[in-house]
Design a binder for this molecule. Structure first.
Ligand SMILES: Cc1cc2nc3c(=O)[nH]c(=O)nc-3n(C[C@H](O)[C@H](O)[C@H](O)COP(=O)(O)O)c2cc1C
Length: 178
């Protein structure tokens, strides 16, 4: 999404030359630290994966999750109406973030999920059925209904100020505190 240019790349704004204000806007948004996820799904002719940090939990009942996908992304059009998995990356999976952000490296290992493909060994995953899509300017907000999920323990991969960092695992998780 707009707040997340590929690390080290100049900011771009679709359809026009980016301005110092755009740069400042991105920088401001980048102060919001996030996790790193990969949206995976089977398109009409090929399997897609795209690195995102726009993942947001939306609703508990029904369980809904959201990702914001740039209209310019190759996966954008094909995601409409298709089931998808949100794969949350662990600290040691930065190579997957890079792989699915336009810099292919090692071929990832896949797991055939019940509704959509997912990546092996991720920190957590949410398999989603398509729920709704909303206009998000130069992005589309895709909401999915979570139909399967799980997690493992381990340090999380995070993204803040235009760079990757890690968040240590804890003995107690949220589920233990609520
Ligand atoms: C940490 C990080 C977060 C990103 N978050 C998003 C996002 O939320 N939505 C999005 O559309 N692109 C996001 N991107 C950019 C896409 O991953 C990248 O543009 C994608 O590889 C484009 O795919 P394509 O080259 O196949 O079109 C992010 C990139 C990185 C490195």
């Amino acid at each position: 999404m707009m707040s997340t240019p590929r690390p080290g790349e100049a900011p771009e704004v679709a359809g026009r030359t980016s301005t110092p204000k755009d740069h400042r806007f991105r920088g401001s948004l980048g102060r919001f630290a996030t996790g790193v996820a990969i949206v995976t799904f089977d398109g009409a002719t090929k399997r897609h994966g795209i690195t995102v940090n726009s993942f947001t939990s939306v609703s508990m009942e029904p369980p809904l999750a959201l990702v914001s996908i740039a209209r310019t992304a190759k996966a954008h059009d094909e995601l409409a109406g298709r089931p998808f998995t949100v794969n949350i990356l662990g600290a040691e999976q930065r190579y997957l973030a890079t792989h699915f952000a336009g810099r292919p490296g090692h071929e990832p290992r896949w797991v055939e999920g019940a509704t959509a493909p997912r990546l092996a060994g991720v920190l957590a995953y949410f398999e989603c059925r398509p729920w709704a899509a909303y206009d998000g300017g130069d992005h589309t907000l895709y909401l999915g209904q979570v139909v399967d999920f799980d997690y493992r323990h381990g340090d999380a991969l995070a993204f803040a100020n235009g760079t990757y960092t890690t968040i240590p695992d804890r003995e107690l998780g949220m589920e233990d505190l609520l």
